[in-house]
Design a protein around this ligand. Structure first.
Ligand code: NDP
Ligand SMILES: O=C(O)C1=N[C@H](C(=O)O)C[C@H](O)C1
Length: 265
């Protein structure tokens, strides 16, 4: 059976290195290109050596080489990095898994529009369990809608994370708003803000140490509280999900896909 050829965008990053390491162990995948910003200190080095799996003869480049033809690209970079690789994937009709978070509303619109030209899978979390939790939170929101429940979302991440709140926390908020109808998201609280109205979702982004990601969704009414919690212990949970998504997306026609499609949820 031939291996699926993939390229990694953000290859020098925390996630990029884990994808390359786990992808190397996967007999169904073959890395053909590794991209990162030209400013990264590891630029030009061998992608396999950087990821700790030995020389792969794949240098880290800033653009997808013309003589390489990946069947899918995985992107864990920055919003700007995503937009650059998006253009390449649209021009060369290569399916793209966008796992990067922190895009502006306009960038998100551009990504969605690109799904007319190539296959696109966009998800703020590649974890199987987080995607299952998206479903469970939707069910909880439906069951508790109109019954006087306050919703607060608390996310914890490592001190190196650049965007706040996390893309995953914002996705939880969107799912809850679509079901329960709260009109606004309040980011933290300070001063005499008055009694809490039902019509808001409280959002709290905590940063510290090397936490790979935790999300708590709290539904509170008078006399009781329910908390739905996901705790990540290793980036490999996201990396494995992204590799699964890449295998799913390779060869798919243009269109917008989600992790629900990959996981059959
Ligand atoms: N969907 C999911 O499941 C998950 C999503 N993420 C998201 O993935 C992204 C990356 O996370 P993480 O690996 O921790 O971050 P890192 O900062 O460790 O890695 C990002 C890498 O992208 C590089 N980069 C910067 N600009 C470009 C560019 N123009 N083109 C290509 N590469 C570029 C960075 O280089 P330099 O350092 O030089 O800027 C860096 O090497 C974040 O948005 C994060 O929120 C993270 C984990 C899970
Ligand atoms: O930056 C991270 O680390 C993570 N980012 C994603 C997000 O913003 O939701 C997913 C995960 O929580 C880890």
């Amino acid at each position: 059976m031939s291996k699926i050829r993939y390229a990694m965008n953000g290859a020098c990053g925390r996630m990029g290195q884990r994808i390359i390491a786990l992808g190397h162990e996967d007999h169904g995948l073959s890395l053909v290109a590794a991209l990162d910003s030209g400013k990264h200190p590891a630029f030009g080095k061998d992608a396999g050596e950087l990821a700790g799996v030995g020389k792969l003869e794949i240098p880290i480049t800033s653009e997808l080489p013309f003589d390489q033809h990946p069947e899918v690209v995985i992107d864990f970079s920055t919003p700007e990095g995503s937009m650059e690789i998006l253009k390449t994937c649209v021009a060369r009709k290569i399916p793209l898994v966008v796992a990067t978070t922190g895009h502006s509303a306009e960038q998100k619109r551009e990504i969605e529009a690109a799904a007319h030209a190539t296959a696109l899978l966009l998800s703020p979390s590649m974890s199987l369990v987080v995607n299952l939790l998206f479903k469970l939170v939707q069910q909880a929101s439906q069951a508790l809608m109109g019954k006087g429940f306050d919703v607060e979302i608390i996310e914890r991440h490592h001190r190196m994370k650049k965007d706040s709140p996390s893309g995953t926390a914002m996705q939880f908020a969107r799912i809850i708003q679509e079901t329960m109808g709260q009109s606004k998201i309040v980011h933290g609280r300070e001063g005499i803000v008055g009694e809490r109205p039902l019509d808001e979702i409280g959002m709290h982004a905590i940063r510290g140490g090397d936490n790979v990601g935790e999300h708590t969704i709290m539904f509170s009414a008078l006399g009781e509280t329910m908390e739905l919690i996901h705790k990540g212990y290793s980036r490999d949970s996201y990396a494995r999900g992204a590799l699964l998504a890449a295998k799913f997306l390779a060869g798919k026609p243009a269109g917008r896909y989600t992790m629900y499609d990959v996981l059959g949820l």
